[in-house]
Design a protein around this ligand. Structure first.
Ligand code: 3HC
Ligand code: NAI
Length: 701
């Protein structure tokens, strides 16, 4: 028998165990092992029922994603599942952890399914740019109905075991030992003389509903909500096939659609995004024996926009957190904001009132630094001003216990200088959350030059606890995300001076897939933030370079974005829909005139190149300087913090897929036409000359 699949006889029951850590993915060895095991169980005349279960933390979590894009190897998963389903002896899948993708499809191939109450089942293929390609789109609707199948397959969201029972996906729940539960169920099947009940032969799910209506509605919803995505419409098409074709033909149609998805560039980008996120957790240079400290309590200094959001992250994770403000009045406002934020979730129905009150008890407001003496970690989120940061860090250093980590949420200040305000620079780290901190998944972990390995490891582990995607970055102005976005925003504004309107630029970038256009985004966060950064950066700006002027003019006119009712757009009171701002049109005409630019119509491709390649060129500089560990980390930052479309894999992966020689040619053209902001990054030149990609480059080369 293969190493990863074991077949044993327990009396007249065949027990098949998969053991392929970490997640029992269906690589070729597992597929071959399953085929052999089920065939042997079938051939063994003493066997009367079959149990399939997995060792480790989970049932099969899907196909082996690493095999995608490589030549297929036999047996294929659909072939294996056909053998499982076709067996003449009743089989049961015993599910714990997560049965996902091909894992759930294997379970659906078994004749019965039982699950632990905390197990989850789902078909998340769509998140990888795929559709379930081993019968999931044909068998699930036959069991659970078209509506539920469409929901699960198009959203990719798993459901809990109890819900799976309601929808006939799982037959019953069990507690306790997997083997005992599986054998007990199998014996019952034998005693009751149960025949195989094949999912592919079921019809209950397809009856009694307006399937054509459900399909049409989902099709319309996907077309509207997921424009530009390749696989979701094909998921709908595959389920539609299940409603009208016999199983064998439906499976054939599913395979065709699956192969189309498999070959699409979006699949490659989404799989890149999946592995990049996991890779980001691996910190170069961190010794393997470093273990993170336990963080049992935390404090946040400053209860403004960020501080409150950060405090809520801890409360959401069940950790007590102290929130410190300058006086009772400011503290009262901060605590009210915490309550209001949860209140909005209660209103939306995503949080219960009881859960809200429980979480709020974890947030303790304080005004005295002495209250911070016993916490394991403090995150400072006060004004972005070095003088204020100095005061805070000196006080923290004085009151916090030895071993307490002192973190700053600064978005642009020099973390090494902040660390130097303390006598424990090795305990200082940057924890750069993104607004709204309780919602956004990204956490840039800023490694100062003295930050210790243990503090870094603890920060990464904390990211997981807070359900964030933590990415290590180095110290520089804006770290990775904001340093790049600054280039992007500046070029977007230069486009306005050349002749575009904010509406055109925003629309082009939304069509590209960005969650929001740069001008709508700036209006949302406030134009004064950028103005302050430009003010600081102007002091050290190399000769011959300057910023566009329109944003400063808007600030001077008091148009700071949504909060003042106007910025790049105009907003009616109480309405966030952007309208044209006539004052801006005049400012743009004047700016173009002043610079001697003849305004012209800009096409979408130019708008994309000018903004996205600005990200890429800066990303290349960041890599070369060692501010990011690897190009995929930059992608993770952009996918999780800046609304970059996952189906394009992130800015660096996008550049790789366009071809670095093509990108470089355009960067050089822009350099010649627009000046030194566009100086090509040496790394971009080097890789383009070598015919390589950012993904192939390794730090330290
Ligand atoms: N194939 C290969 N490797 C996988 C994998 C898979 N399906 N799923 C997870 N891994 C790897 C990860 O890359 C990671 O490797 P690393 O330790 O070397 O970085 C390791 O397993 C652990 O993964 P996580 O860090 O994500 O562990 P968690 O415990 O946080 O989560 C999980 C476990 C919920 C199973 C999560 O890994 C997950 O969602 N996996 C993907 C599931 C999926 O998308 N399945 C569908 C695949 S497509 C398919 O089945 C096609 C079929 O229809 C034909
Ligand atoms: P804010 O102005 O909304 O809040 C700052 C809060 O700090 C105020 O409530 C103020 O009363 C309090 N404060 C000031 N001095 C203090 C002191 N000595 N002790 C205790 N509290 C004090 O500012 P915001 O936007 O929350 O920013 C805070 C930090 O987070 C800044 O460093 C900023 O750069 C950073 N940041 C901001 C982001 C944003 O989108 N707003 C995103 C990421 C980081």
């Amino acid at each position: 028998m293969s190493e990863v699949v074991r077949l044993e006889r327990r009396g007249d029951i065949a027990l098949i165990t998969v053991n392929n850590p970490p997640v029992n993915a269906l690589g070729v060895a597992v597929r071959a092992g399953l085929q052999q095991a089920f065939e042997r169980a079938e051939a063994d005349t003493e066997v009367r029922a079959v149990v399939l279960l997995c060792e480790g933390t989970t049932f099969i979590a899907g196909a082996d994603i690493k095999e995608f894009g490589k030549p297929p190897q036999s047996p294929s998963l659909p072939e294996v599942i056909e053998i499982i389903e076709g067996g003449s002896k009743p089989s049961v899948a015993v599910i714990h952890g997560t049965a996902l993708g091909g894992g759930l499809e294997v379970a659906l191939g078994c004749h019965y399914r039982i699950a632990r109450p905390d197990a989850k089942v789902g078909l998340p293929e769509v998140k990888l740019g795929l559709l379930p390609g081993a019968g999931g789109t044909q068998r699930l609707p036959r069991l659970a109905g078209v509506a539920k199948a469409l929901d699960m397959i198009v959203s990719g969201q798993p459901i809990g075991a109890a819900e799976a029972v309601e929808h006939r996906i799982v037959d019953e729940l069990f507690e306790g030992d997997l083997v005992e539960a599986g054998l007990a169920y199998a014996r019952r099947m034998v005693e009751e003389g149960r025949a195989p009940r094949r999912s592919g032969e079921q019809t209950a799910g397809l009856e009694g509903a307006d399937n054509a209506g459900l399909i049409a509605a989902k099709h319309a919803e996907v077309a509207k909500r997921m424009p530009g995505l390749f696989s979701p419409l094909r998921c709908v098409a595959a389920v539609e096939a299940a409603t009208r074709l016999p199983l064998a033909e439906g499976l054939k149609r599913e395979r065709e659609l699956f192969v189309e998805c498999l070959q699409s560039p979006q699949r490659a980008a989404l799989v890149h995004a999946f592995f990049s996120e996991r890779q980001a957790g691996k910190v170069a240079g961190l010794p393997a024996d470093v273990s993170p400290r336990q963080i049992k309590s935390a404090a946040v200094i400053g209860g403004g926009t960020m501080g409150v959001g950060i405090a809520l992250c801890f409360a959401n994770a069940g950790l007590p957190v102290k929130l410190l403000e300058i006086n009772d009045e400011a503290l009262g406002r901060a605590l009210q904001r915490a309550r209001d934020t949860y209140g909005a979730s209660v209103k939306r129905g995503s949080l219960t009132e009881v859960a809200m009150e429980k979480r709020l008890t974890l947030v303790q407001g304080v005004t005295d630094y002495a209250a911070l003496a016993d916490v394991d970690l403090v995150i400072e989120a006060v004004f972005e001003d070095m003088g204020v940061k100095q005061q805070v860090f000196e006080r923290l250093d004085a009151v916090c216990k030895p071993g307490a980590i002192l973190a700053s949420n600064t978005s642009s200040l020099d973390l090494n200088a902040i660390a130097a305000f303390t006598k424990r620079p090795e305990e200082v780290v940057g924890l750069h959350f993104f607004s709204p901190a309780n919602v956004m998944r990204l956490l840039e972990v800023v490694r100062g030059e003295r930050t210790s390995h243990e503090v870094l490891a603890t920060s990464m582990a904390l990211g997981k606890t807070l359900k964030k995607v933590a990415v290590v970055v180095g110290v520089c102005d804006g770290f990775v995300g904001n340093r790049m976005v600054f280039q992007y925003g500046r070029e977007a504004e230069f486009l306005l001076e050349e002749g575009a309107t904010p509406q055109q630029v925003d629309a082009a970038l939304r069509d590209f897939g960005m969650a929001m256009g740069p001008f709508a985004m700036r209006d949302l966060s406030g134009l004064d933030i950028g103005q302050a950064i430009r003010k600081r950066q102007r002091a050290t700006l190399p000769a011959g370079l300057d910023f566009p002027t329109v944003s400063d003019k808007l600030c001077e006119a008091g148009m700071l974005g949504q909060k003042t009712g106007a910025g790049y757009y105009r907003y009616e009171p109480g309405n966030r829909t952007p309208q044209e701002n006539p004052a801006l049109a005049e400012m743009l005409e004047a700016a173009s005139r002043e610079k001697g630019i003849e305004r012209r119509t800009l096409d979408e491709a130019y708008i994309i190149e000018r903004t996205i390649y600005a990200l890429v060129n800066e990303g290349a500089k960041i890599l070369e300087e060692g501010i990011a560990q690897r190009s995929s980390d930059i992608d993770v930052i952009y996918l999780n913090g800046y609304g970059f479309p996952a189906f394009r894999g992130g800015p660096m992966f996008y550049a790789d897929s366009v071809g670095l020689d093509t990108v470089l040619a355009k960067v050089k053209e822009l350099h010649a036409r627009c000046g030194d902001w566009w100086k090509p990054a040496p790394l971009l030149e080097k890789l383009a000359a070598e015919g390589r990609t950012f993904s192939q480059w390794q730090a330290g080369e």
